[in-house]
Design a protein around this ligand. Structure first.
Ligand code: PNS
Length: 187
């Protein structure tokens, strides 16, 4: 029987629960799903490509039909190389539609036989994006429930040392005053 392979391309910097929601949905409708991380030399990412591969592999290891890969150049050419007939993309809100439509139509122009399949993540992730996760985490807000625990831990490692998660799972800005008061308590 003909096997359907789809690629799910993106930056995944970092992977969020919205991405994982989409991977789960995609794994149910395609025989094989390749999560394809763009190696983009123009961007200055928070997590390098190997870190993103490691996170996504750990987070998707339990799906027998999902694998993680990286690519550069055109998405349509990568899709052809791995024998994919579809590109999976998530649409959260109407605001995503215009950009996604442009990409889908450009990809269709470049390779008409490649179909773009849009899926909606769960409603609770409709406002979630990697960009906002990076911003909130960098500024000391809690990203609990928005990213998997593994990503949360890795974000903690990446954060400005001035920001630390509190014991209650929230971030707390460590000011020189609170640092002094902590060392006074310890002493
Ligand atoms: O997660 P992102 O950043 O929204 O993903 C965007 C991505 C990687 C799907 C898009 O930038 C892409 O396909 N880049 C590869 C280059 C390419 O093919 N460009 C033409 C697409 S219209």
């Amino acid at each position: 029987m003909h096997k359907t392979t789809a690629i799910y391309p993106g930056s995944f910097d970092p992977p969020t629960n919205g991405h994982l929601d989409l991977i789960e949905r995609g794994s149910k409708i395609f025989d094989e799903l390749v999560v394809a991380i763009l190696r983009n030399p123009d961007k200055d990412p928070l997590f390098n490509v190997s870190e993103r591969v490691a996170m996504l592999e750990a987070l998707t290891g339990h799906y027998s039909n999902v694998r993680v890969d990286t690519f550069d150049g055109l998405t349509v050419e990568y899709a052809a190389r791995v024998g994919a007939s579809s590109v999976l993309r998530g649409i959260r809100a109407l605001s995503d539609y215009e950009y996604e439509l442009q990409m889908a139509l450009m990809n269709r122009k470049l390779r008409p036989e490649l179909e773009t399949v849009f899926m909606m993540p769960a409603e609770k992730y409709s406002y979630l994006s990697s960009r906002l996760v990076r911003e909130v985490a960098k500024l000391g807000g809690s990203v609990k429930g928005l990213v998997p625990e593994l990503v949360e831990q890795n974000l903690r490692g990446k954060l400005d040392p001035a920001y630390k998660f509190s014991e209650f799972g929230e971030h707390k800005q460590v000011t020189s005053e609170s640092r002094k008061s902590r060392s006074r308590k310890k002493a």
